[in-house]
Design a protein around this ligand. Sequence first.
Ligand code: ATP
Length: 528
Amino acid sequence: MGFAKIKAFVQEYADTVAEVLGLEVTVLDQQGVRICGTGAHQQLIGKPVPTGSFFETILHTGQPGMILETKKNESECQKCQFIEHCTELATIGFPVFKKNEIAGVIGIVGFNFAQKEAMIHDADKLLAFLSHMSSLLEHKLLLIDVLQSRKQPSSAHRDVGSASDKDTCFIHEEKRGNPAGSRITFDQMIGQSRPFKEVLAKANKIKNSPSTVLLLGESGTGKELLAQAIHNEGNRRDQPFVVVNCAAIPEHLLESELFGYEGGAYTGAKREGRRGKLEMAHKGTIFLDEIGDLPLALQPKLLRALQEKTVERVGGNHSIPVDIRVIAATHRNLDQMVGQGLFRHDLYYRIHVIPLHMPTLHARRGDISALIRHFIHKYSTLLGKEVVGLDPDLERWMHTYTWPGNVRQFENAVEYMVNMTESVILGLNDLPPNLLHLSEAVQQIEDLPLGNVNAENESRVDNLLGEAISGLIEQNKEGLEQLLSLCEKEILAHYMQLPTYQQDKGQLARLLNVSLSTLYRKLDKFGL
Ligand SMILES: Nc1ncnc2c1ncn2[C@@H]1O[C@H](COP(=O)(O)OP(=O)(O)OP(=O)(O)O)[C@@H](O)[C@H]1O
């Protein structure tokens, strides 16, 4: 798969990384043969990893993973032939892909207690770091292929064009995608970060339980996806999964939507009546999305249905037994709503049995690389485009942006870029205009050819600033004060990237026409 040709580069890279991290680094090829290694692994270069080892599993599954506790207790280690002689105390491994195929594994290993402690402490950061290293190796492998095919003009090759000489991160075909129509499972939910895996582990524990689950978390964090996965993984998987969005249905229709109605219950009703969503979910799962938006007037009726496991249709006078599992979700603070009298406390306690908190995208930055790959693949396949990756500037930007709309906003941004790009590699220029930060806009304005002031450039400057300001307005939640503060932060962040001003704050204070103490105060305020 080409690792043989970049052996020297990989070893040098591993040595540097190992020195900086104070941990050992190793890389295996597709056959599980050690291509490079630092520390104790140096002597094992050229040899295959033991049968049944953790890294061999990663080669087979294509899933990253970590073992941070005493290895002999870990089930992953039980299969390993080398278990009795192993001196590794902690291991994190990440697959290396070449387009859609596994090309190897890159791993970080700790052999002493200090290294193990450091790995436990920084596990998520190390996983994110390995994901970058994996992208870099993939890039190198692809680059070797491109260069080789250029040497042999007769062989067909894909032109990666101007991006090929830049340090570009390519994607591989996502192995765990969610093909249209397929039933989402835990395995198809993208993410290996600790907070995300903790939620999945809890969800896995309760997948067969009849108890009510309450999914909490900001909008766009994947609550509905998780609800579907719990249902599909649980023992009700062959029964219906019925969704009711309590915020999307007008209040006067919600009652009949949930409970159904008897024939002739009201003008316009069907003669034979209709089952409600709770009845439709019989033997399966009802997903009550945005439960915090359920009108107060309907709350006692839902509580009764949940407690008595029966529903009474609108206009009806008898109870219909239902066997349903309830998963509810909300982005609202239900606790606070109960305190304010906006949500009934009895219903709250009835649904707050197994709360699961979905982390924000900001809290699971380690998953960003995997999500980028997943969505680029999803949309390039869907749109029939040949987008293969993104450049390092955009990748860095995607990691630092705060993503107030979480995975939904992230996914929409990638979808926009794949639609709009004319290149095979996405770059900062492809970002949706409303996401362009002021600092990037300033950078792009500075990159415009100086001394070439013409109408085209002027209108480009106007557009860039306009787009940047709309982006800031979109983030603004608290009015002009916060908006101005965001602008101030962006401007300072821009100047603080420049070495001249990093080294000479006095010069920056003069440029911005503020006192040095004001500048320091503001830098401190924004954590710059
Ligand atoms: N872990 C994930 N892996 C892949 N896609 C994800 C993941 N989490 C969320 N998504 C995608 O992000 C989008 C938003 O997810 P979802 O609708 O489940 O969020 P939500 O929390 O229910 O949002 P809301 O509260 O606004 O209803 C969907 O397109 C979903 O497929």
